[in-house]
Write a protein that binds this ligand. Structure first.
Ligand code: HEM
Ligand code: HEM
Length: 183
């Protein structure tokens, strides 16, 4: 029954969402592994992969925000209690802000540390700051803690999506999936 369906996300918004999700859900475990494996070629490869995914996320998020200005997100599914409307708005905007701040802090911290940022072995991403190891420590410390906050926020986000789907039984998750057409 197409007429009962709530407005959906555009194909581009869905593609941005799921490619970013895949990149973020890979970048976090790679980060956790890279700081723990000990020095060696594997550690260098994991750092390169982490930074490359981070740069990709920065580009995706910037493109995604521009797209969102051009094509605003559909209204939330109808019938939600006020607190859930507020929680959804706050958490989505916080996700956007954190997913821009994380790569920028990683980029700034890595530049201040003096390490190169090779993007998937293809080209070098420019440094943002001159070398300053003390500043690098502060920026990467912030990056690390914001990363853990992001993981917590994502856990809530996924729990909310599953709650909508399995408990409320509404269209929230379905309309973010490929193949869903709004009516
Ligand atoms: C959204 C994108 C990103 C996410 C989610 C992310 C996540 C994380 C997390 C969770 C850690 C902490 C690992 C730990 O200490 O256990 C970390 C560390 C790190 N990240 Fe990222 N990161 C992102 C982007 C970047 C970018 C773009 C760069 C650099 C170009 C970068 C460089 C680093 C570095 C160098 C560390 C190690 C810091 C240290 O030695 O304590 N990250 N990242
Ligand atoms: C790293 C992983 C993820 C990130 C960074 C992320 C980020 C976001 C953001 C920023 C939005 C708001 C989109 C907008 O209105 O412009 C959103 C919406 C959404 N996300 Fe995620 N997401 C992630 C993973 C997931 C996963 C794994 C699921 C499903 C289990 C999911 C389900 C949804 C749904 C259903 C919506 C639409 C909510 C609505 O219709 O109002 N997300 N996500």
């Amino acid at each position: 029954m197409r007429s009962k369906r709530s407005a959906g996300y555009s194909a581009a918004a869905k593609l941005f969402h799921w490619v970013t999700a895949l990149a973020v859900l890979t970048a976090i475990p790679v980060a956790l592994a890279m700081v723990r494996v000990g020095q060696g070629p594997l550690q260098n490869d994991l750092y390169d992969l982490h930074r490359s995914l981070g740069v990709l996320i920065l580009i995706l998020m910037a493109a995604r925000l521009l797209w969102r200005i051009y094509r605003p997100a559909p209204p939330l599914v109808p019938g939600l209690p006020d607190w859930q409307v507020v929680a959804a708005r706050i958490s989505h905007w916080t996700l956007y802000a954190v997913l821009l701040a994380m790569p920028v802090l990683g980029w700034a911290g890595t530049s201040a540390f003096g390490a190169p940022i090779m993007v998937f072995g293809l080209f070098e991403w420019p440094a943002m700051l001159d070398k300053d190891e003390q500043l690098a420590g502060v920026l990467l410390g912030l990056h690390r803690w914001l990363g853990f906050a992001l993981a917590g926020l994502l856990a809530l986000h996924v729990a909310a999506a599953l709650h909508h789907h399995f408990i409320r039984g509404d269209e929230t998750l379905r309309r973010m999936l490929p193949g869903y057409r709004s009516g």
